[in-house]
Design a protein around this ligand. Structure first.
Ligand SMILES: CSC[C@H]1O[C@H](OP(=O)(O)O)[C@H](O)[C@@H]1O
Ligand SMILES: Nc1ncnc2[nH]cnc12
Length: 307
């Protein structure tokens, strides 16, 4: 694969962000590997462009190709900016999670519709700062149109051992240490379904970048609230490996569906176009805008405030 072109001249609308245990997706032909330098630095790893029935798909390993970035070190702004810059408007992200509910068993999939932010403010989490302020709505942090597709795909795979919980509240903790038992029980009392360290700020940045974004979670453990063994890394890796075939099949089925012509409005995120521009226009008055901040944001939205 080292002789792959490092440029790609067609827009790539769909991306998969792989988490723990999902550092590549097999079964697609790699056609390019690009590594855009964004105003926020390089992404976690070069972005692989794969061919999927004539449709290009981008793949990015969130923690780096060798899992070298801890959750708080992931260059999330560069990741989202680089994807947006190559044309991506629709992101399916994948995350290994601890289960906070008895009925969500290890190896079950969950499509959350809510998230509670328990990060500690040490991760850069917005594109709109330094003299260009914007506040985007985040009441529904994920994209229900993608979620519906994931639910349908999982339903058709049910007989093959795929169990999917179609909604739920995800907790994103700071880490990298796992939770204490008191914290784990607190999150349960809040109605949390699953817990991870990497769900944010990715989803917030994707919303600011006007991208349709949905995370698919796979439970790997019962965290530390349960009577079974407390979570550790080997447990997470073990379940990710045991279930990697189903994870890849589910992602594959979702990509098949997203690639259909009838989903072209979704994969170009027509329903999000203009949301950020409005959020910024009404905030910082032209005379207060820092040209440097505007220039950075124009990497995402060329001609952002001039057009
Ligand atoms: C390796 S165990 C903890 C690790 O697993 C999850 O990663 P991801 O969400 O990227 O699949 C969790 O968030 C932690 O980063
Ligand atoms: N129990 C857990 N807590 C946080 N992140 C996780 N990723 C997988 N299992 C996890």
């Amino acid at each position: 694969m080292s002789d792959l072109p490092d440029t790609f001249d067609r827009p790539v609308h769909i991306a998969v962000i792989g988490g723990t245990g999902l550092y590549k997706i097999d079964g697609y032909t790699p056609i390019a590997r690009v590594n855009p330098l964004t105003p926020w630095g390089y992404p976690s790893a070069p972005i692989l462009i794969l061919e999927h029935g004539g449709v290009p798909i981008a793949f990015l390993a969130r923690h780096g190709a060798h899992h070298e970035y801890a959750p708080h070190e992931i260059p999330a702004r560069a990741n989202i900016a680089a994807l947006r810059h190559i044309g991506v408007r629709c992101v399916v992200s994948f995350s290994a999670v601890g289960s906070l509910q008895e009925e969500i068993k290890p190896m079950d999939f969950v499509v959350p519709d809510q998230v509670i932010d328990r990060t500690k403010g040490i991760r850069p989490f917005t594109f709109f700062e330094g003299g260009l302020v914007g506040h985007v709505p985040f009441g529904d942090p994920y994209d229900d149109k993608i979620a519906q597709i994931v639910r349908q795909c999982a339903k058709s795979m049910q007989g093959d051992g795929v169990v999917l919980h179609g909604s739920g509240t995800a907790i994103c903790m700071e880490g990298p240490q796992f939770s204490t038992r008191a914290e784990s029980n607190l999150y349960r009392s809040w109605g949390g379904s699953v817990i991870s360290m990497s769900l944010l700020p990715e989803a917030k940045l994707a919303r600011e970048a006007e991208m349709a974004f949905q995370v698919i979670c796979m439970a790997t453990d019962y965290d530390c609230w349960h009577t079974t063994e407390d979570v550790d890394v080997s447990m997470v890796m073990h379940y990710m490996e045991s279930n990697s075939k189903n994870a890849r099949r589910l992602v594959g089925a979702v990509l098949d569906e997203l690639s259909k012509q009838e989903n072209s409005d979704l994969v170009t995120a027509k329903h999000w176009v203009g949301a950020s521009k409005g959020a910024v226009m009404f905030c910082t008055k032209p005379e207060g805008r820092n040209p440097e901040a505007v220039k950075k944001v124009e990497y995402l939205f060329p001609g952002f405030l001039s057009g």
